[in-house]
Design a protein around this ligand. Structure first.
Ligand SMILES: [Zn+2]
Length: 278
């Protein structure tokens, strides 16, 4: 299993010289399993991924969407493969809103916002149903859990024969009105090789951000510790977080984690970073 980050920023793209190292594009992760291309979310990072897929000649794509907030879908109209009849794209949305997701992606391309309409796309796009169940095809399986976010949002666990990854962003672990309990998150993430989790805020920042649907660095570390994961990846960086500050915070939390006796590694997601899980 191999991962590549194409967008790690939360909320809004930030084309800013002070944010080049970690990148300014919004959420998009590529997961490669047995030559199959899996994409999670179509934030602005998907634009460059589309160009690379055309060069690579990868024609079959499975796309999983956590939810429809702007920073997770806004790159979709700029994903070149949707304009080519060479491509077969399965899009997997969340329970009870699979049709809504299709409507939302179509609406995003309505005339008020974009010059080309969804109905004019040349690729073969198929919306996958069956959100409550495992998606189990092509040598991998995906399980889902609802996160704590203002709208229905799902996290994914991707597994093949020997490795596993949990992608859990836009999740407020300390939500006052949780849709999913901490205990259930721990069970879902238990023993996974990599947990990619929302770490938008510091503890201080979170005091003014309750109910926004995001977590702190420390809260994501607590989940990683309770679930016994191998690696924790901080994700969904605050749009105002400059590179120097993010590096400084990473070091701070690595030291804190060591002092706590945590057994997992800490990584901060960076655009274009590749991780091989082997
Ligand atoms: Zn987001």
């Amino acid at each position: 299993m191999k991962l590549k980050f194409w967008g790690c920023r939360g909320s809004i793209p930030v084309p800013d010289a002070r944010m080049i190292e970690y990148g300014g594009n919004t959420t998009c992760l590529e997961v490669m399993i047995n030559g199959r291309v899996i994409i999670i979310d179509s934030g602005t990072g998907i634009r460059k991924l589309g160009e690379e897929l055309i060069q690579r000649g990868s024609k079959d794509i499975d796309m999983f969407i956590t939810h429809s907030h702007w920073d997770h879908i806004q790159g979709f109209p700029f994903f070149k493969p949707i304009y080519s009849d060479d491509f077969n794209i399965n899009i997997f949305g969340c329970k009870n809103s699979y049709k809504e997701l299709k409507d939302i992606l179509s609406h995003q391309m309505s005339f008020e916002y974009f010059p080309v309409r969804f109905s004019e796309l040349s690729s073969n796009i198929n919306f996958e149903d069956g959100c409550e169940n495992y998606y189990n095809k092509y040598g991998y399986k995906i399980d889902i859990i609802e996160t704590n976010h203002p709208i229905t949002t799902i996290a994914f666990k991707i597994e093949n024969k020997s490795h596993s990854l949990v992608f859990m962003t836009d999740n407020e672990l300390k939500s006052k009105n949780p849709k999913t309990s901490h205990k259930d998150f721990v069970e879902f993430c238990r023993g996974t090789d990599y947990l990619i989790h929302d770490a938008q805020f510091t503890g201080e920042e979170y005091k003014d951000s309750h109910g926004w649907g995001h977590s702190t660095f420390e809260q994501s570390m607590d989940l990683a510790a309770h679930a016994g994961v191998g690696n924790l990846v901080f994700f969904h960086h605050d749009p105002n977080r400059e590179d120097d500050k993010l590096t400084e915070l990473t070091e701070k939390y690595k030291i804190m984690s060591e002092d706590r006796g945590d057994s997992f590694n800490i990584i901060t997601a960076k655009e274009q970073r590749i991780i091989e899980i082997s």
